[in-house]
Design a protein around this ligand. Structure first.
Ligand code: SF4
Length: 79
């Protein structure tokens, strides 16, 4: 399944940080982030379940996680 409404991007440096990966996996209520052996992985099948809660934005350094509203012309959540 390809996400139609939401895309999530994580900066490479942050994605490889195991502590941030674990935090992202913990806070997202719809399991969009998975903490894998090489850091954070995006669970594509869950992207469109995003509830725009901004919890992921709060546990990563500013600007390093982007939630992009594809349905809103690519507007970035919290920007
Ligand atoms: S805004 Fe909330 S639901 Fe969406 S990816 Fe971030 S933590 Fe998950």
């Amino acid at each position: 399944m390809t996400a139609l409404f939401i895309d999530v991007q994580v900066d490479d440096e942050v994605a490889r940080d195991p502590q941030i990966a674990a935090k992202l996996a913990e806070v997202c209520p719809v399991d969009i982030f998975h903490a894998g052996p090489n850091g954070v992985e995006i669970v594509e099948d869950n992207l469109d379940e995003c509830v725009l809660c901004e919890l992921c934005l709060r546990v990563a350094p500013p600007g390093t996680v982007k939630v992009i509203k594809l349905y809103d012309g690519g507007a970035v959540l919290g920007a």
